[in-house]
Design a protein around this ligand. Structure first.
Ligand SMILES: C[S@@+](CC[C@H](N)C(=O)[O-])C[C@H]1O[C@@H](n2cnc3c(N)ncnc32)[C@H](O)[C@@H]1O
Length: 275
């Protein structure tokens, strides 16, 4: 995921779901009496969700808002577009033990948020241990991630076709670790408690979001981990095929090619807890 500008133009689903989650769950974050809170947002992408939705819930005199992402392109984009006091953007890999990474601004945090990032991380145990290590005692977290999405089944299908297999050999690395789980919420709750969190709450949300055709195509393009490997002249064909898999699975809600909208069903997990 490196195309920050395209992601920011087509992340309506993420923006909508994060707003909803903050509306219903942000009260679980307990602010310090002095209001000098520090918050770490993991997997911040192009930075707009951090700035538009997380910054406004912070106390006015918050101490630090640090937003991190694996992708250097995302971090560069966010740094160029959001130059604000006490807000820092850094590169960080949630899937690698924090003790082995040199992260600037590494002191522990009062709060962690992470939206639509955990589904990208294969090593869930390392990710959750990182949450634990990065929180102060009594610190809290609120996370949201994709447990199930039909696009992962379509990736799998494309990866088996002769046409695309050479670009998708590592497809399993990019499928949500909970795609085939019978109960993602229980699985994640057990992991949180195993990693030391005591007070946790985990829920699965069944969702559907309606995209118009070009928005869906841009969104699935900006999030596609394989597209940059495909020769430029074949990328449109690859995306056409991916969009047709949504149509074949019954997720298109208009017949006309031009006005077609897409409404895939997917599952999210929302989790919060305290160290
Ligand atoms: C779908 S975007 C979400 C961005 C933002 N949180 C939002 O809600 O719009 C997922 C982000 O997670 C980042 N990411 C993927 N794997 C990661 C990892 N191991 N550590 C940190 N960030 C990661 C990607 O680079 C991408 O920017």
């Amino acid at each position: 995921m490196n195309n920050a500008a395209l992601y920011q133009r087509s992340n309506g689903l993420q923006r909508y779901d994060v707003q909803q989650v903050l509306k219903f769950f942000s009260h679980v974050l307990k602010w310090r009496p002095d209001g000098c809170d520090s918050l770490l947002d993991i997997g911040c992408g192009s930075g707009d969700v951090t700035i538009d939705f997380i910054l406004p819930i912070l106390p006015k005199n918050f101490k630090r808002l640090v937003a991190v992402d694996l992708s250097n392109d995302m971090i560069q984009y966010a740094r160029e577009n959001y130059i604000l006091p006490n807000i820092f953007f850094n590169q960080f890999d949630l899937g690698t033990d924090v003790d082995k990474q040199s992260l600037r601004e590494i002191e522990k945090f009062d709060h962690i948020t992470s939206f639509f990032c955990l589904n990208w991380v294969k090593n869930q145990q390392t990710a959750v241990r990182n949450f634990y290590k990065l929180l102060k005692p009594g610190g809290d977290f609120l996370v949201l991630f994709v447990a199930y999405h039909p696009i992962y089944d379509f990736y799998k299908k494309q990866s088996k076709s002769k046409r695309w297999s050479e670009y998708m050999a590592d497809v399993d690395e990019f499928i949500s670790p909970y795609q085939y789980s019978e109960n993602p919420a229980i699985e994640f709750r057990d992991l949180l408690t195993e990693c030391g969190f005591s007070k946790v709450n985990v829920e699965t949300l069944e969702k559907c979001y309606t995209f118009n055709g070009s928005e869906a195509r841009n969104a699935f393009n900006s999030l596609n981990p394989f597209i940059d490997r495909i020769p430029a002249e074949n990328r449109q064909e690859y995306l056409d095929e991916l969009m047709n898999l949504f149509v074949d699975a019954g997720f298109a809600i208009d017949e006309d090619n031009k006005t077609r909208r897409f409404a895939p069903m997917y599952k999210l997990v929302v989790a919060y807890g305290t160290k």
